[in-house]
Design a protein around this ligand. Structure first.
Ligand code: NAP
Ligand code: ZN
Ligand code: ZN
Length: 347
């Protein structure tokens, strides 16, 4: 066991603050690494504040983790001390069910283990995430990180990146498709970059007029302000896909109406309350609504390699660990350009 410094919320209403806990000793198949940067996902906020229920306190959030390997177990083959490494939203799964065998560990039928707030089979407690100095993870759940990209801009790829890459790949989004990205935050800005890289015609649908210039710079071809009913009306029946990244309750039906025939709204955002959808917004144009959750380990590695090859990174604002509570407040206001990343040297 190693004493590890971290940052935790002690309850749903408490601000995050310093917290010391134990990490397990490095086992034969484990990789231990010093965390250099950790991205701040809206899921961290949802769970620190128990918005999805089931949070266990103290909770140490953080699942966009990159760093440098400090030790490996004697059966580890992919990593050695000094290598760069990353960990996303998962640290374990059963590895035996059909989904695990297909590399869809996020859908493990026996319960994938989240990087934080998951059941830790090694300690009998809960898993603690990346707002901390070091982590020990089975090598099967550790990703190889290229040294070709600035490390701090790679961290958000481990969740925001894979969560948007995976559905675009699954639905084979590319040339000839009109794609809308609803919500330009951490996930949204990665969705724009990937959809544009895959050759789609991309429109950002945003509540923030000041994000228009950025949207176009990120690779979007069009921008629409969703608060303006006229702009929405003009886009009726337009899109083949809408990637819905919105984190707060919103009117899905008004956006479904923007889908073309057989269009699909792919929901990756997880607002705290159930969605309400009118039947007519769905049945007209034979529309579908679908969901997608992060991505499995093989696809996450594929996405990281794709990003290294095509120089795709997240737009980040580096923060100190102590700024996290302010960062959460800014995230709630949509005031993030476009991912906060914690410099773990400041912890
Ligand atoms: P984020 O950076 O806070 O971005 C969310 C964006 O949604 C905001 O920037 C804002 O963009 C828009 N928005 C916020 N409130 C809105 C409202 N009331 N109506 C319309 N738009 C609104 O959050 P994120 O980290 O990208 O995460 C987004 C969601 O995805 C969260 O719910 C998170 O938990 C979830 N998530 C899911 C997965 C998965 O596996 N499916 C993985 C990671 C995260 P504009 O200013 O452009 O309107
Ligand atoms: Zn996340
Ligand atoms: Zn499984």
């Amino acid at each position: 066991m190693t004493n590890t410094k971290g940052f935790a919320a002690e309850s749903a209403t408490a601000p995050l603050g310093p917290f010391t806990f134990h990490r397990r000793t490095v086992g034969p198949r484990d990789v231990q690494f010093e965390i250099l940067y950790c991205g701040v996902c809206h899921s961290d906020l949802h769970q620190a504040r128990n918005e999805w229920k089931g949070s266990v306190y103290p909770i140490v959030p953080g699942h966009e983790i990159v760093g440098r390997v400090t030790a490996v177990g004697d059966q580890v083959t992919k990593f050695k001390a000094g290598d760069l490494a990353g960990v996303g939203c998962l640290v374990d799964s059963c590895r035996e069910c059909d989904n695990c065998k297909r590399g869809l560990e996020q859908f493990c039928w026996n319960g994938a283990i989240g990087t934080y707030n998951g059941k830790d089979k090694h300690t009998g407690g809960v898993t603690y995430g990346g707002y901390s100095k070091q982590i020990v993870v089975d090598e099967s759940f550790v990703l190889q990180v290229s040294d070709k990209l600035p490390l701090e801009t790679v961290a958000p790829l481990l969740c925001a990146g894979i969560t948007t890459y995976s559905p675009l790949k699954h639905w084979k989004v590319g040339k000839g498709h009109r794609v809308a990205v609803l919500g330009l935050g951490g996930l949204g800005h990665m969705a724009v970059k990937f959809a544009a890289a895959f050759g789609a015609e991309v429109t950002v649908l945003s509540t923030s007029s000041h994000k228009e210039k950025d949207a176009l710079q990120l690779g979007a071809h069009h921008f629409a302000l969703t608060k303006d009913p006229e702009q929405l009306k003009a886009l009726a029946n337009t899109f083949h896909f809408i990637i819905n990244t919105v984190s707060a309750p919103h009117d899905h039906s008004q956006y479904l109406k923007l889908l073309n025939t057989d269009g699909v709204m792919i929901c990756v955002g997880v607002p705290p309350t159930p969605m309400e959808i009118t039947g007519f917004s769905l049945l007209n144009n034979r529309r579908s609504i679908a969901g997608s959750s992060i991505g499995g380990l093989p696809e996450t590695q594929e996405m990281l390699d794709f990003c290294a090859e095509h120089q795709i990174t997240a737009e980040v604002e580096i923060i100190e660990m102590a700024y996290i509570n302010e960062a959460y407040e800014r995230m709630l206001k949509g005031d993030v350009k476009y991912r906060f990343v914690i410099d773990m040297a400041t912890l």
